[in-house]
Design a protein. Structure first.
Length: 415
């Protein structure tokens, strides 16, 4: 397995309860890197043969890891889900799903998984429905696919596991969402799409969030953040900081507020005290009123944003990655005071972040560089730990080539 190097025994920044494991899906290395989250030691990679992992999820109880993988042709190839026993790291029999799978969600009771399939844009007619494949995890059986639109972007499961929201794109402008298709996981059927107005265009990353009771969802749009009544699919009035365009959102742990990351809008920011600044605004879920605004500084050229909230609800962590010059930063924001902490440099190619279950460590996935098979310019990916108590960056943990996703088991549940 090329592109993998060992990591010496060390302590990661912060303190993660013994037993947590991070699993990293390495697309170009065709394997999974398991990492002991408390020590930063990476175990022997779990090989997947010719399959390339694109997404993964740990089942409740942490006994099984489910890996979504594609064949040699990443665009349009048949997909599969590979179950891996976390006690032995032994892959099980692959479960066939649809073409170009891209995401997986597992219900809280651990009984079902849902895989969002893509399409082969070069050969598939524009009107051909895309699908979500349900999987009975007790038997490892893929069930009848559910039609969910024509060009899916993302899939988000409600906290109670009863609902999936699949964001679909307009064929005329791929990447610009046009509707959200709800899927009822009790019946494995899709409801009529929630149609978005012409000026409503949710972002695909960190663009959907649910309240913990699953009654309300929130979608990023060009008009602000739009509440969705999940029982009726009706859209509420857009809310948000009017001097910025929202790019990422998260609902606070107590459901009382939405953390909205926004970038300044030149036409709206004249006279605003937030001019030329990216912001994190706290919006009341009850009234939509802006409670607090933290200025995050000017990040020109940022092409991707993500926000996550610590388990105790005290801090939001904002990940920004610029295109030129290529660099990535994490900005902590104290939600009680609405103030941003010191910006933390996390390299050049950060793609996502997660927080340890006890909140002691933020982990950032750096995708490295992948030019092609055997290229001397390839560099392996890394997992970068940050101690939340001090903002200190620990020693990076080297993984495989072109990591595409990672997941962490709940505290104390390694296997």
């Amino acid at each position: 397995m090329g592109g993998l190097t060992g990591v010496m025994s060390m302590s990661v920044a912060g303190s993660v309860t013994s037993g947590s494991t991070i699993y990293v899906a390495n697309l170009a290395s065709h394997d999974i890197t398991p990492i002991d989250a408390s020590t930063g030691i990476d175990a022997h990679p779990i090989g997947l043969g010719a399959l390339s992992p694109v997404a993964l999820a740990v089942a409740p109880g942490a006994k099984t890891l489910y890996v979504v993988a594609v064949g040699g042709d990443e665009h349009g190839s048949p997909g599969s889900v590979v179950p891996i026993a976390t006690a032995t790291h032994r892959p099980g029999r692959p479960i066939a799903v649809g073409t170009s799978p891209q995401a997986i969600a597992i219900t809280p009771n651990g009984k079902m998984a849902y895989v969002l399939n893509g399409i082969d844009a070069a050969t598939t007619p524009a009107t051909t429905p895309a699908t979500v494949t349900p999987i009975d995890l007790a038997t490892g059986t893929a069930l009848r696919p559910i039609k969910v639109g024509t060009l899916p972007l993302s899939m988000t499961m409600s906290p109670n596991g009863k609902l999936l929201y699949v964001v679909d794109s307009r064929q005329s402008n791929p990447g610009e969402p046009s509707a959200i298709t709800p899927v009822d996981t009790a019946t494995d059927t899709s409801a009529p799409a929630i149609k978005l107005a012409r000026d409503l265009a949710p972002f695909s990353v960190s663009g959907l969030a649910f309240k913990s009771n699953s009654v309300t969802a929130y979608a990023i749009t060009s008009s602000g953040i739009v509440p969705i009544n999940t029982a009726t699919g009706s859209l509420g009035k857009a809310i948000g900081l009017r001097t910025s365009t929202p790019v990422a959102i998260a609902v606070t742990r107590d459901d009382t507020a939405i953390a909205e990351v926004g970038v300044p809008v030149t036409a709206l920011e004249q006279g605003s005290r937030y001019a030329n600044n990216n912001t994190l605004a706290l919006l009341s879920t009850a009234t939509g009123v802006v409670r607090k605004v933290a200025t995050l500084g000017d990040e020109p050229g940022a092409m991707s944003w993500e926000v996550a909230i610590a388990p105790n609800g005290s801090t939001a962590y904002v990940l920004a990655t610029k295109s030129s010059p290529r660099e990535s930063t994490v900005i902590p924001v104290d939600l009680a005071t609405g103030t941003a902490g010191k910006t933390i440099d996390v390299g050049r190619n950060a793609s996502m972040l997660t927080i340890s279950p006890n909140g002691a460590t933020v982990f950032v996935l750096d995708s490295g560089t992948y030019v092609g098979v055997g290229s001397p310019h390839n560099t392996p990916g890394r997992v970068i730990p940050i101690a939340t108590s001090t903002g200190t960056v620990g020693k990076a943990i080297t993984v495989g080539l072109a990591p595409s996703a990672f997941a962490i088991t709940p505290t104390g549940q390694k296997r």
